[in-house]
Design a protein around this ligand. Structure first.
Ligand code: ADP
Ligand code: ZN
Ligand code: ZN
Length: 738
């Protein structure tokens, strides 16, 4: 038997196994199409799966006799470039995560399910050369057609029906009429007419000295990989710096990827980009449906669009002409994916910039300690915007000692006076409390019984308006009991403070002033958040009360007093990341104050007025705090001075969850590479949604050593019998230990 050479396709299949699978090509295939980065439909068990072609190899009859044929080749051109594949391979290696899962995460859901990667051709509309006056006189009796015609005339180029629909409710019939009369014609490209060949359609602001330094410094290094950390307080003009650097990248006909936390990717920001640039801009976030994300991804991938504004999930979007990556609010924990493929979009974005040899800008008012450490190590270049742009002054910050004060639902008398004074000046007040609901605890005054979640290691939260007890960690809820479950007493008392309770107090204390509460409960209804924000911006609201939701993205120009009702709860966490988070939160919330001409004030209520963290932060600023916090981390040999990986286990059976990690710890102890093994211990929340949770922390002063251990360990864990009885995960560089 003579053996002939055969082609083998190695593909990444989205299943939790960390290797590639080999297949044979289909019968009638075009060898031209077998390029790495295309999608392929393969038989897998009893199902079919959508896989990605990673490697084309050759084999002979011997090693191909058992291979199955692929079912279909889905793309004629690769969706992922060689650099994309290189990056995803790096991520798979670094996060020790199954390769198929990592590759799948690069695609929008539609492409994962096998939808065609051809872009539906879109029609664009533009007015014909017919003079405006002529058309105007002829359309006198057709006001809808005339309005649409004038609108199209005012555009820099041809626009899609989607864009028309944003401005007109009834447009189909008028548009058709205009086309029939030959006042409007269609084009299959968003062509620009020759008078609008500029990239910018709005003149940039005149940069101040610090902004100009930052812009120049980045602009001279556009041809190479460099990490620029742009540190600037809220309102210092970071976005303006981004826009001016982007302009230069667009002039080179390159593409820009802008990553933002979900909450700061607002329609206002999108509008600001679209006002500035004439190039096609796409957005990619959870508010878009599958088809919108599909189109945005492909428009970048095919090079039709030049800018992508997206959240973490947009990180891997392929760019045929990459020029710049920007990651705004780089300290924000939402850049870390906390389930499945647990990656840090910030860290991977930096590696992506390196692979592509392009610059990346990280922006923040409160840079992460890791990034500041990298500045110290000269790996990143620090650019600072210490002042607010325009006329806005920085707010003054002070601590308000509430020890021995009689509090009215969490508000101290001096604070109530300050709020009153501010309101009397017709200025707005913002109150921050990071706890929704009425009270975090319901306790029996007679016997001390506390309402607890039966499925979690947590107290039930009182939601008074809805007369409910709710667990904020699982979906459990029940109606508010009238009697103590233990002793039948009716003396049930809500203990502690939530936003709903403070809202009631505000109604009592300031009955003549309108207040609005912004938290997950009050903004659940679609459109509710926008409604509240509009009311605030139109000055219909005097007092704004809210949670975390207030800390980012929003601009409240008439707010001059910002109050943090309770900073103490953030001071005593067992997680070493907590002080950093708290300091960032304080600065971010403070940044909401006095953004316009009026100077703002920030008051923090505390029972720890001498706390070193708080004092360093308010008297010396965030940089001083960060240096002190880094010194503490160094002393304790905590990240970024060491490297961590956290193994978590989950099971309905407590013993199994524990024993699994115990077995893993024993495996590791056979090795002696100096990795510190802490645990297994119960997670800080030992039970959640009915499952027991344990964790094992691995730490090493050298990243390489830790990863060597993990390389060896992961396949060993997979061999453990217990591994099949628990749910477990690995979190490389964990950002919280919960
Ligand atoms: P950040 O992104 O740091 O919060 P922005 O770029 O949004 O800051 O700027 C804050 C405000 O200051 C915006 O209203 C912006 O138009 C204005 N601004 C920024 N740079 C300048 C400048 N050089 N001159 C005048 N106003 C500016
Ligand atoms: Zn009781
Ligand atoms: Zn629960």
């Amino acid at each position: 038997m003579n053996s002939s050479r055969k082609i083998i396709l190695s593909v990444a299949v989205p299943i939790p196994l960390n290797h590639l699978f080999d297949y044979l090509p289909p019968d009638n295939y075009d060898p031209q199409h077998l390029k790495t980065g295309i999608r392929i439909k393969v038989p897998f068990g009893k199902q079919s799966k959508i896989a990605v072609l990673i490697e084309v190899k050759s084999g002979d009859d011997k090693n191909t006799s058992k291979l199955k044929q692929v079912e279909a080749i889905l793309d004629t051109e690769p969706l992922l470039s060689a650099k994309d594949i290189q990056l995803l391979n790096w991520a798979k290696q670094y996060y020790h995560h199954p390769i198929g899962d990592v590759f799948t995460s690069a695609f929008p859901t539609t492409l994962r399910k096998g939808k065609s990667s051809e872009l539906k051709s879109i029609d664009y509309y533009l007015p014909t050369a017919e003079g405006t006056e002529v058309v105007e006189s002829r359309l006198k009796n057709a006001p809808k057609q005339l309005a649409l015609f004038k609108f199209l005339k005012s555009q820099p180029g041809a626009i899609s029906s989607q864009e028309i629909a944003l401005h007109f409710k009834l447009w189909r019939a008028p548009l058709k009429a205009l086309i029939d009369k030959a006042y409007v014609c269609t084009s299959n490209q968003p062509v620009f007419d020759s008078t609008h060949l500029n990239i910018t359609q709005q003149t940039p602001l005149i940069a101040n000295a610090e902004q100009q330094t930052a812009i120049d410094s980045i602009s001279t290094q556009l041809d190479q990989f460099a990490v620029h950390l742009l540190e600037g307080v809220t309102g210092s003009g970071k976005t303006e710096v981004y826009l001016q650097v982007i302009e230069q990248v667009l002039e080179r006909n390159l593409q820009v990827l802008v990553l933002l936390p979900e909450i700061t990717l607002t329609p206002q920001l999108e509008a600001r980009f679209k006002q500035r640039f004439t190039v096609p801009i796409e957005t990619y976030h959870s508010q878009h449906n599958e088809n919108q994300r599909h189109a945005a991804w492909l428009k970048l991938q095919k090079g039709h669009s030049s800018i992508l504004l997206g959240t973490r999930s947009a990180l891997f979007t392929p760019l045929p002409r990459p020029g710049l990556i920007i990651l705004d609010e780089e300290h924000d924990s939402s850049f870390k994916q906390q389930e499945g493929f647990r990656f840090s979009a910030r860290d991977v974005a930096i590696v992506r910039a390196k692979v592509l040899n392009i610059p990346i800008i990280l922006g923040s008012a409160t840079p992460s300690l890791e990034s500041l450490y990298n500045v110290d190590k000269k790996r990143y270049q620090l650019l600072r915007l210490p002042n607010r742009a325009g006329n806005a002054k920085p707010p003054s910050m002070s601590l308000l000692d509430i020890r021995n004060q009689s509090l009215h639902e969490g508000l101290s008398p001096p604070l109530i006076r300050e709020i009153r004074k501010t309101l009397a000046k017709k200025q707005q007040v913002l109150l921050f409390l990071n706890r929704r609901g009425f009270a975090p605890t319901l306790i029996c005054h007679s016997c001390g019984w506390v309402a607890q979640c039966s499925r979690c290691d947590a107290n039930m939260v009182v939601h008074y308006k809805q007369q409910k007890l709710r667990c904020h960690h699982c979906a459990s809820e029940q109606s508010l009991p009238r009697q103590c479950i233990a002793c039948k007493s009716e003396e049930l008392k809500p203990l502690g403070l939530g936003t709903e309770r403070v809202e009631n107090a505000l109604h009592q204390l300031f009955p003549e002033h309108k207040s609005v509460r912004l938290d997950r409960d009050s903004t659940q209804r679609k459109g509710a958040l926008k409604q509240h924000l509009d009311a605030i911006n139109q000055g219909e609201v005097d007092i704004i009360l809210g949670t975390q939701m207030l800390a980012k993205g929003h601009h409240f120009p008439n707010v001059t007093l910002v109050v943090l009702l309770d900073v103490d709860s953030g001071l005593f966490s067992i997680d070493f990341h907590a002080p950093e988070r708290l300091a960032q939160l304080i600065i971010q919330v403070a940044g909401r104050a006095g953004r316009a001409e009026k100077k703002g004030r920030v008051i923090m209520q505390t029972r720890q007025p001498d706390h070193p963290l708080l004092n360093t932060l308010i008297h010396q600023g965030y940089q001083a705090f960060a240096q002190a916090a880094l010194a503490e981390r160094k002393n304790a040999q905590l990240p970024p001075y060491s490297y961590q990986a956290l193994l978590r286990s989950l099971s309905h059976e407590k013993d199994i969850a524990f024993e699994f990690l115990l077995a893993v710890a024993e495996l590791i102890n056979q090795q002696t590479n100096g990795t510190l093994v802490l645990g297994p211990v119960a997670a800080p929340m030992a039970k959640r949604a009915g499952q027991f949770r344990f964790q094992l922390l691995l730490q090493h002063s050298k990243r390489k050593q830790l990863h060597q251990l993990l390389n060896w360990l992961m396949p060993e864990i997979a061999k453990l019998k217990l591994a099949r009885k628990v749910r477990w995960s690995l979190d490389v560089d964990p950002i919280d230990l919960y």
